[in-house]
Design a protein. Structure first.
Lengths: 332, 275
């Protein structure tokens, strides 16, 4: 079924249908799944839930990482795109929130549950032209601009993502800013945390922080060592979020935090998670510093008080894998 | 005919009156509003001076909770992120004076919600009586959680979910954000009893039940409780106070002071019951 677009940019998209995008992309993206268990997921049953966050900002939950959508007079800005198989459902929900075109997609990192829909969704949008145009001049206005830290691009090239899904605007410094829908937006690189390309996105007027996978409410932090992740980078990122967020009275609400996975949160939730990760890091470091091997460190159960809340013995990220990643990360 | 009509009238009147009484009972609106002074005559040493560190007797906790408690450093409470937190609703009934009032829909005159305010840190709760849907799975959790109430005779039953992580006891024994609170508010003339049942699949092996009594006090005035967090102790960026396993300097202090076996002092469901 062809996807219709708004009158303002229908000519950009009139030949583009979701089925076309699926043909081009789904098979490729499935092959990229490093998170094996999720490759088996039946996306037909997935519903995209929309949770209003604040003043034109929404959190979309389906399968994979949470999506954040900002709507306003300038159009739609979205952060992360989940899996390619969900793009049609996601786009339908976004159109319910705003008929305006998607102008920007910001990727928090390069994992497929966060960038999988790039190639489907970006062409359905339209870059604002007239200023700097990151793509070729003839492509100006054709498709949303995909913004990410430079190493996200490197990872996606290395992993042979389709060209259409690659970031079209990258940066390599610690902070990139932009002004969109009447508010300043800061994109802050978090070095060597969940991966080597993580960013957190801070909507300064709306007072919402989008964290990507450096913060979740569902599991121990997934430290992707192969892509440059590290325990100390995760903790530094969590402390940065705690620095940015300001709670209202009684340490609740105020700055809202959209996690990479899980429920909408605030500073107190990040503090609990930061404390948990820091305490576990400190315990494992103390054990390692005392000369213990990895197996000896695992024996006393350094995560035992948090396992039934955040741990797992199966899936792509087990408690054992987390302990191993921390053990490696506290060396020296 | 007249006697028959008269008796029919009386019969209809009685039926209608009975129905009205039954309706009133089914939608009982026992008045629990007012200013309630906390009596704090149960568990006073725990509730006012505070529990000893590593005093877990009487708590149906599992090993995970015990480890978390032994790791807890009270220095945490001096961190700016913790200074202005109110007690979560499952602990609030243990501590502060209480104000209760109701919200009434003017058209139907039905109570749509009970509201509560506590003195310390001024947490306020809304106990919805309209049986609305609970928040979405991905909605934020809060200190006071989301509460739905129903009347059972003169007892107000409340189920609270969507809580932020809190504590079973103020010495580091946690209650997870997957826990829930079942409460029963019972008024006996000038007394109010709140029975709180906490369930937590993460840290409790059995429901944990506490009761707290209050007395009505129309003259009770609650002072405001403003709070502004401040850095009180200079710490390294990201420092989190806690004790490493085996390094808690208070280990055994409570057991020794009261001559209790150390294992017993560390709680568990078996310490809730008589031998």
């Amino acid at each position: 079924m062809p996807l219709t677009t708004t009158a303002n940019h229908s000519t950009l998209c009139e030949e583009k249908t979701m089925s076309r995008y699926f043909r081009n992309f789904v098979a490729g993206s499935l092959a990229l799944f490093s998170l094996g268990s999720q490759a088996q997921q039946n996306f037909d049953d997935v519903e995209i839930e929309v949770l209003p966050v604040r003043d034109g900002i929404y959190m979309l939950v389906g399968a994979g990482g949470n999506i954040t959508v900002q709507t306003g007079v300038d159009g739609v800005l979205m952060i992360d795109t989940q899996y390619a198989e969900l793009s049609e459902k996601i786009y339908s929900k976004i159109q319910e929130l705003s008929p305006a075109p998607i102008r920007y997609i910001i990727n928090t990192h390069s994992h497929p549950d966060h960038v999988g829909g790039n190639a489907n969704l970006a062409p359905l949008g339209a870059t604002i032209t007239g200023g700097n145009v990151a793509r070729l001049q003839e492509d100006a206005g054709d498709g949303a601009t995909i913004v990410a830290f430079e190493t996200v691009m490197n990872n996606m090239v290395e992993e042979k993502y389709p060209v259409e899904s690659w970031p079209s605007e990258t940066f390599f410094v610690e902070r990139k800013d932009m002004y969109f829908n009447d508010e300043g937006i800061e994109i802050l690189h978090q070095p060597n945390a969940h991966t080597d390309g993580d960013v957190i996105v801070w909507f300064r007027k709306t007072d919402v922080v989008v964290t990507g996978d450096v913060f979740t409410t569902t599991m121990y932090p997934f430290i992707d060592k192969a892509k440059g992740g590290s325990i100390n980078g995760v903790i530094a990122a969590l402390n940065t979020i705690v620095d940015i967020t300001i709670p209202r009275a009684k340490q609740e609400g105020g700055t809202l935090v959209v996690p990479g996975h899980g429920r909408l949160a605030d500073e107190a939730d990040v503090v609990e998670y930061r404390d948990m990760v820091t305490i576990i890091r400190d315990r494992i470091k103390a054990l390692r510093d005392s000369g213990m091997t990895l197996e000896q460190v695992k024996a006393p159960g350094p995560t035992q008080d948090y396992d039934s809340r955040y741990g797992s013995n199966e899936g792509f990220w087990t408690t054992d894998m987390f302990i191993e990643a921390v053990y490696d990360g506290v060396q020296g | 005919m007249r006697p028959a009509s008269h008796s029919r009238f009386i019969g209809v009147f009685l039926v209608c009156s009975s129905a009205a009484v039954l309706s009133t009972q089914a939608n009982a609106q026992f008045d629990i509003s007012g200013n309630w002074r906390a009596l704090i005559h149960e568990d006073q040493p725990e509730r006012i001076p505070g529990p000893d560190i590593m005093e877990y007797v009487g708590l149906p906790i599992n090993e995970a909770a015990r480890i978390a408690g032994m790791s807890w450093d009270p220095a945490q409470l001096a961190m700016p992120e913790f200074q202005c937190r109110p007690h979560p609703s499952d602990y609030g009934s243990r501590h502060s004076n209480l104000r209760v009032w109701q919200e009434v829909d003017s058209a139907s005159q039905k109570t749509t919600a009970w509201r509560t305010h506590r003195e310390w840190q001024e947490p306020e709760r809304t106990i919805h009586m309209d049986q609305r849907e609970r928040p979405a799975t991905y909605a934020p959790h809060t200190w006071q959680g989301f509460s739905l109430g129903t009347w059972d005779g003169n007892m107000l039953n409340i189920l609270t979910t969507d809580l932020k992580r809190g504590y079973i006891r103020r010495n580091g024994i946690p209650r997870s954000d997957e826990g829930e609170l079942q409460e029963h508010y019972i008024r006996h003339d000038e007394f109010l009893t709140i029975i709180a049942v906490v369930k937590d699949p993460v840290y409790l092996t059995e429901p944990f039940i506490r009761s707290s009594n209050y007395i009505i006090d129309p003259a009770l005035a609650m002072a405001p409780y403003p709070c502004s967090p401040a850095v009180e102790i200079e710490r390294a960026w990201g420092h989190v106070p806690h004790y490493l396993p085996g390094q808690n300097p208070f280990n055994g202090e409570y057991a020794n002071r009261y001559g209790i076996d150390l294992d017993d002092s560390l709680g568990g469901a078996q310490t809730m019951y008589p031998d």
